[in-house]
Write a protein that binds this ligand. Structure first.
Ligand code: BGC
Length: 248
C-alpha cells in the first residue's frame, strides 16, 4: 500500500514521517527540524517544504496531512497562542497549498492526536465520549464521540480560577514555574475536574511528551472518569495528520 506523509507543527519542532495507516505506525524514520525562532507561517512553511523534500521520491499526488497548534476553521486559523501572531486570521489552507504546490489537509494538532488515539491507541474500541488532552507548551483537546471528532474544541483555554487554563496547567507552565509533580497534579485535578463536569466523558486520554511520566501525576487525580496515558505518545500528531489526509 502507499504510505501517507504526516507532518506535525509544534512549538519546538516540526516533525514528519510516512505512516502505515493499516497499522497506525511509522513506515519511515521521523524527520525533525526545530521550529524557526521567528515562527511566521512563511518560515514554518519553508521547514515543512524541507520535510516534504526528504520524502519526495516516496510521495504520489495524494494529500499529505499537516497539523497546526491552533484551530483550523474552514481552512482559516482564527487565532494562534504559541507561534508567531502572523498566523492570526491566516487563510492557512490556501497559503500552504499554494506555497507547497500540492494538496494538503490541515488539522488542529490535538484533534490529530485524538483521532490517532481513538483509531490506533489508548481509546481504540472505546464507545461514547472520549476526551484526549495533550499537555505540552499549551493544552490541546479533542472530543470524539463514537469515533466522530467534534473539531477545534480549545479546552486548554477554558478560564479557570481567573486564568487561561493552559497558562497554569500545561507541561510548559510546570517547567516555567518549576513545579513538582504533586503541585502540578493539583492544578491538573482542577482542570480535569472542570472538563469532567462540563462533558461527562467516558474516558480521558492524556498525551504530550510528559505523558511518558504518567505514573507520577495521573494517580494523584481525583476523577470519576477513567484517565489513561496516550499510547502513541509523540507519534500521535503525525499519525493523526496522515489519518486525516486520507479520511477527512
Ligand atoms: C492551542 C490549541 C492547540 C494546543 C496544543 C493551544 O494553545 O490554542 O489549538 O491544540 O495549544 O498545541
Amino acid at each position: 500500500m502507499a504510505y501517507v506523509l504526516g507532518i506535525d507543527v509544534g512549538g519546538s519542532g516540526i516533525k514528519g514521517a510516512l505512516v502505515d495507516l493499516d497499522q497506525g505506525v511509522f513506515a519511515s524514520d521521523r524527520v525533525r527540524i526545530p521550529t524557526p525562532k521567528h515562527s511566521t507561517p512563511r518560515a514554518c512553511c519553508d521547514v515543512i517544504a524541507q520535510i516534504i523534500d526528504a520524502f519526495a521520491d516516496q510521495l504520489g499526488d495524494e494529500p499529505i496531512g499537516i497539523t497546526v497548534p491552533a484551530p483550523v476553521v474552514h481552512g482559516f486559523v482564527p487565532r494562534m497562542a504559541n507561534l508567531d501572531k502572523g498566523w492570526t486570521d491566516l487563510p492557512a489552507l490556501e497559503f500552504f497549498t499554494q506555497r507547497l504546490g500540492r494538496p494538503i489537509v490541515l488539522i488542529n494538532d490535538a484533534d490529530a492526536a485524538g483521532l490517532a488515539e481513538v483509531y490506533y491507541g489508548a481509546a481504540k474500541g472505546q464507545p461514547g465520549v472520549v476526551i484526549v488532552e495533550t499537555l505540552g507548551t499549551g493544552i490541546g483537546s479533542a472530543i470524539i464521540h463514537n469515533g466522530v471528532l467534534l473539531p477545534n474544541t480549545e479546552l486548554g483555554h477554558l478560564e479557570l480560577d481567573c486564568h487561561d487554563a493552559e497558562s497554569r496547567a500545561s507541561a510548559g507552565a510546570r517547567e516555567r514555574e518549576q513545579l513538582g509533580y504533586k503541585e502540578w497534579a493539583k492544578r491538573l485535578d482542577r482542570y480535569f475536574g472542570f472538563v469532567e463536569m462540563l462533558f461527562s466523558p467516558d474516558l480521558f486520554v492524556v498525551g504530550g511528551g510528559v505523558s511518558k511520566n504518567h505514573e507520577k501525576f495521573l494517580p494523584l487525580l481525583h476523577l470519576r472518569t477513567p484517565i489513561v496515558p496516550a499510547q502513541l505518545r509523540n507519534q500521535a500528531g503525525i499519525v493523526g495528520a496522515a489519518w486525516a489526509a486520507k479520511h477527512l
